[in-house]
Write a protein that binds this ligand. Structure first.
Ligand SMILES: NC(=O)c1ccc[n+]([C@@H]2O[C@H](COP(=O)([O-])OP(=O)(O)OC[C@H]3O[C@@H](n4cnc5c(N)ncnc54)[C@H](OP(=O)(O)O)[C@@H]3O)[C@@H](O)[C@H]2O)c1
Length: 500
């Protein structure tokens, strides 16, 4: 199902075509994230020896980047052995680690600790150069805690002897970027858009392809070593203007009303209920409205000369990618905060304590059943009883979870680790199996395992619900849901079969 079965570059650049290749490996940390997932194929296309660092290995990474080495390391791991192994023989390391998903209270400490560990390990392994992509903001004004933390990470990396190049970007516009998905959903969903007075502040949004060009360009121009550069797109606009341009592009007439008395947190919470992006991220991003996020200097143009895209062009490109179902990476690619949620079904020591199986027989082909099955969630919904799934999703959002509105990256090219609403794909075997792991707020861990088996001349389409309960409330939850499961899952299987 994957549309990423090669490491071909998506970000066709207009940089000088012949890179200055040095010996040694280029390490991309945060390769599973939004920026890292786009940088890896670009570097491979340009002929670099690339090592992609991820926190958990998955067959999907090997399929996505067959010519890259995959290193598995958690920068918060005190033993640092994995991190040092990932840095072995590395010439230049891109530092793209970030833990925004942890929410405002926790991510600062995690990001600093990761930077300290990384700096020490890189020093031990004699890394020649680090390139860090951080946040843009005027350091002469009080910064939001998110921007301050991004700058503290830069300072921490610079504390060692390895020269660190710092690129500072503001709002990144591209298919699958969190900022773009927020504004796009607000404009699509609301006739009247209420805004905080801070939406009059200015920012300099940059297209994701230009960010990738600057990252690659910085690697290829040695004179940028140890320097710091602001990077931005061609336009400086207010946040309100960003929404207006998008509504004009989508040909939607919208009314904009300022509500100066409502706090940013209220707007952030409402945005999390109205868009796919959950509250920990909307809070951090909305807090960023406090600052003017505009380039203070343009020295990068001396070293990496090209004309960055205007905001409207970036939006049109992002919309095009979505329409063609070609979103390559998405903000939801990075894992959710509780890494307990990343425990795989086969890694459970004793196996989940509860399970329930539902199945039906059909004469339809495995390929058509699997195709129909892979359409669940996102804008297609959950076929039958969709309102019940959506209601569960809304409760999840209200509780601070990811909810069903999180949607999905792709319809035609699902990959392992993709999200489908409040599930994440744990296993995907064409025409045979789809295993989804729950990332909703639950007193336990849950999986939905769909399978298609040949039985004589027919196919058996099955759904096995696994649940590992936590304590009394976990058990109570399972028994409370059991009667609903019976008809929800049976109806879902019937709908998958009918649509196949
Ligand atoms: N995206 C934007 O709109 C934007 C705008 C301006 C600046 N930036 C900057 O660009 C950089 C990259 O951002 P992004 O959007 O690509 O972030 P992202 O999608 O959240 O990815 C961050 C990556 O860091 C990894 N990570 C976090 N903690 C780790 C740890 N302890 N050990 C190993 N890996 C860890 C995550 O791994 P898991 O997948 O395992 O969680 C994830 O893959 C950040 O510095 C950010 O400030 C981004």
């Amino acid at each position: 199902m994957s549309s990423h079965s090669s490491d071909a570059s998506p970000e066709s650049g207009n940089l000088a075509p012949i890179p200055k290749i040095r010996d040694g490996v280029v390490l991309v940390t945060g390769a599973a994230g939004y920026i890292g997932g786009r940088l890896v194929p670009e570097l491979l296309t340009r002929g670099y020896r690339v090592r992609a660092m991820v926190r958990r290995d998955s067959p999907e990474y090997h399929a996505r980047w067959p010519r890259a080495e995959i290193a598995v390391a958690d920068a918060l791991d005190e033993r640092m052995e994995d991190l040092e192994k990932a840095l072995e023989g590395v010439d230049t390391a891109f530092y793209l680690l970030h833990s925004l998903f942890l929410g405002l209270k926790k991510f600062e400490a995690a990001d600093i600790k990761a930077a300290i560990n990384f700096r020490k390990a890189a020093q031990k392994k004699n890394v020649r150069r680090i390139i860090y992509l951080g946040g843009l903001g005027d350091i002469r004004s009080p910064l939001s805690s998110h921007l301050r933390s991004r700058m503290e990470v830069a300072e921490e990396l610079k504390r060692g002897p390895i020269p660190v190049t710092i690129l500072r970007a503001g709002v990144i516009i591209g298919s699958g970027s969190s900022s773009y998905e927020i504004i796009q959903h607000l404009v699509r969903r609301l006739e009247v858009i209420f805004m905080p007075s801070l939406a009059k502040n200015r920012c300099q949004p940059i297209a994701v392809r230009d960010v990738i060009k600057y990252l690659v360009g910085t690697l290829e121009v040695p004179e940028t070593t140890g320097g710091h550069f602001d990077i931005g797109g061609a336009d400086v606009l207010t946040y309100e203007e960003m929404l207006r341009v998008l509504s004009q592009t989508l040909q939607k007439r919208r009314i904009f009303i300022y509500l100066p008395f409502l706090g940013l947190r209220v707007f952030a919470y409402l945005a999390s209920l109205l868009t796919p992006v959950p509250a920990p991220i909307t809070k951090c991003l909305m807090e960023g409205l406090k600052n003017e996020v505009v380039c203070q200097e343009n020295r990068i143009k001396e070293y990496v000369p090209f004309e960055p895209l205007p905001y409207k062009d970036a939006v049109v490109l992002a919309l095009g990618r979505e329409e063609q179902d070609q979103v390559r990476t998405r903000w939801s690619d990075a894992y959710p905060p509780a890494h307990g949620l990343a425990v795989k079904l086969h890694e459970m020591e004793t196996g989940p304590c509860y399970s329930a199986r539902y199945s039906l027989m059909t004469g339809k082909s495995a390929a058509s059943l699997f195709g129909s099955l892979c359409n669940i969630g996102g804008k297609e919904g959950w076929f039958e009883n969709n309102w019940l799934w959506r209601m569960r999703g809304m409760i999840d959002r209200i509780l601070g979870g990811v909810g069903t509105s999180r949607g999905r990256r792709s319809y035609g090219g699902l990959m392992i680790n993709d999200v489908i609403d409040f599930w994440r794909i744990e296993d995907l075997r064409e025409d045979q199996r789809l295993l989804l792991r729950a990332e909703m707020k639950l007193p336990g861990k849950a999986w939905l395992e769909f399978s298609i088996e040949e039985v004589d001349a027919s196919r058996r389409l099955s759904l096995l619900a696994h649940y590992d309960a936590e304590g009394f409330w976990g058990k109570a939850y399972w028994y409370a849901c059991l009667p609903f499961h019976h008809f929800i899952f049976k109806d879902l299987l019937a709908a998958i079969e009918k649509r196949s």
